[in-house]
Design a protein around this ligand. Structure first.
Ligand code: SF4
Ligand code: SF4
Length: 126
């Protein structure tokens, strides 16, 4: 659950407001505020997008916890999710390192029938 917007770090870009799928934040003249915390889905998208490492989403999805910004910053937690997935300048995106086979390479091709279309085969690769 979203627990922190750092007023000290926030640059007011409002990306978190835009990307949150459940509209948790409200814009203000300064940093966004957490206006509907219970609507948070703990998806970490806001953390991933925040260019200033100003957000903290706790992994506890169903309960609010008290957090201390100085402690989070001191432990290197702020911005760590964005770093882990390789978002941000000079980083390699996790998706670029992922070697997981595509689903159509590990499942057998199957026949599907679409309305008005004769049998269609799923694409095969490799
Ligand atoms: S994405 Fe980060 S820097 Fe931008 S408004 Fe939200 S908290 Fe502030
Ligand atoms: S973790 Fe997801 S649902 Fe929660 S505030 Fe961030 S973007 Fe919104």
């Amino acid at each position: 659950m979203i627990e922190l917007v750092s007023a000290e770090r926030c640059i007011g870009c409002n990306l978190c407001v835009k990307v949150c799928p459940t509209n948790v934040f409200d814009k203000t003249e300064h940093e966004p505020v957490i206006a509907r915390q219970s609507d948070c889905q703990t998806c970490f998208i806001c953390e991933a997008y925040c260019p200033a490492d100003a957000l903290y989403v706790s992994p506890y999805a169903d309960e609010q916890i008290a957090v201390d910004e100085a402690e989070l910053a001191g432990n290197g937690v702020l911005g760590s999710w964005r770093a882990t997935i390789g978002w941000g300048p000079g980083r390699t995106k996790l998706a670029a390192l992922d070697k997981t086979p595509f689903i159509d390479r590990i499942l057998p091709a199957r026949t599907i029938r679409a309305a008005g279309v004769s049998d269609v085969r799923t694409p095969t690769t490799g």
